[in-house]
Write a protein that binds this ligand. Structure first.
Ligand code: PHE
Length: 342
């Protein structure tokens, strides 16, 4: 066979290989095989000088045409394959934006927090300001300034956790009364939610529990204002139409001191076997009273000019009653099966 005939044969073989290549890797193999340094066509070109002079021109021309044709076939096949591969990758990586998303789990408000929110919202609606104080409190704010001097027997009621350097874990939110009054002049209207601590643990006591303190100091405040305010708060949280009653209560920093009961919102005193009030018809709600003049003097307020009332309630207990939860300790175990019920 003539050299040019062979070239035509190699060329068509190369073009078939290029056309049949299924990937860019196969194309590269074909390029090496038909145009590379040891390709047959390359050898032919190198040996043109050894051919009879009258053939050289024609063989040179035919072999150049063959090279160019193979090259351009390679180029367009490379382009086509690259586009196909890109297409395939895009299809594989495509995101179907119409598919439903993965739902993100929703949390729940803790029952205590719900009661705190309801109480605080109520007082903010009356124009009270929210105040806070530290949980590691000085002996002075927790006791002495509240008319409970060192050595006074009222201290023993508090089952205090003592820290170093004269600090205690506050046993109630009442120290924030003192902090608030020292910050400025009357009138004062604050509500103080927070954590409190006492060495106590049984179905109705936990070492950490919550309190919401309230303090109002102004000209002309009386026990009637205290009762009306707290009755409205109790109805807001537990239900319209409920009755409240005051009983004498003892707290060092109020005079007179009271405890407030709420008529049972489940049986209203009609069921001797009521699970919530145990047949009493009343539920203990909170401690309160008129701010003791000794406390007003301690913060530099004139007790002849100003009077005030204060109250402290336990939102954990309130949540137990409101949601019928038998054991306070369940509130702090973090068991999701418990929390999901609210
Ligand atoms: N601090 C009291 C307690 O923890 C409650 C209270 C607050 C009583 C304000 C009267 C006035 O028991």
């Amino acid at each position: 066979m003539s050299v040019t005939g062979r070239i035509e044969e190699v060329k068509s073989e190369a073009l078939r290989a290029v056309a049949g290549a299924g990937s860019t890797a196969e194309l590269e193999n074909a390029r090496v095989k038909y145009l590379g340094r040891s390709a047959e066509l390359t050898d032919i070109k190198k040996s043109i000088g050894k051919l009879p002079p009258e053939d050289r021109k024609e063989v040179g021309r035919v072999s150049n045409v063959a090279s160019r044709e193979i090259e351009s076939a390679l180029a367009s096949r490379t382009k086509a394959l690259a586009a196909a591969e890109r297409e395939a990758r895009l299809r594989e990586e495509a995101v179907d934006v119409t598919l439903p998303g993965v739902p993100y789990p929703k949390g729940h408000l803790h029952p205590t927090l719900r009661v705190i929110d309801e109480v605080v919202d109520f007082f903010v609606g009356l124009g009270y300001r929210v105040a806070e104080g530290p949980e590691a409190e000085t002996d002075y704010y927790n006791f002495t300034a509240l008319n409970i001097p060192p050595g006074h027997p009222a201290r023993s009621e508090h089952d205090t956790f003592f820290l170093d350097e004269g600090l205690v874990l506050r046993t109630h939110t009442s120290p924030v009364q003192i902090r608030t009054m020292l910050e400025g002049e009357p009138p004062v209207y604050v509500v103080v939610p927070g954590r409190t601590y006492r060495r106590d643990s049984d179905p109705t006591h936990t070492p950490m529990f919550h309190q919401i303190e309230g303090l109002a100091v102004d000209r002309g405040l009386t026990l009637a204002h205290l009762k009306g305010t707290l009755a409205a708060m109790a109805r807001h949280v537990f239900g319209e139409g409920l009755k409240v009653r005051l009983r004498p209560g003892y707290f060092q920093f109020v005079e007179p001191g009271v405890e407030m009961d709420l008529s049972c919102f489940v049986c209203d005193g009609t069921d001797p076997n009521c699970k919530v009030c145990k047949g009493a018809g009343w539920l203990e709600m909170l401690g309160a009273g008129m701010v003791d003049p000794a406390v007003l003097e301690e913060v530099g307020y004139d007790p002849e000019e100003y009077t005030g009332f204060a109250f402290g309630m336990g939102p954990d207990r309130m949540a137990m009653v409101k949601y019928g939860i038998p054991d306070l300790r369940m509130f702090f175990e973090g068991d999701l099966r418990f929390l999901k019920q609210f």
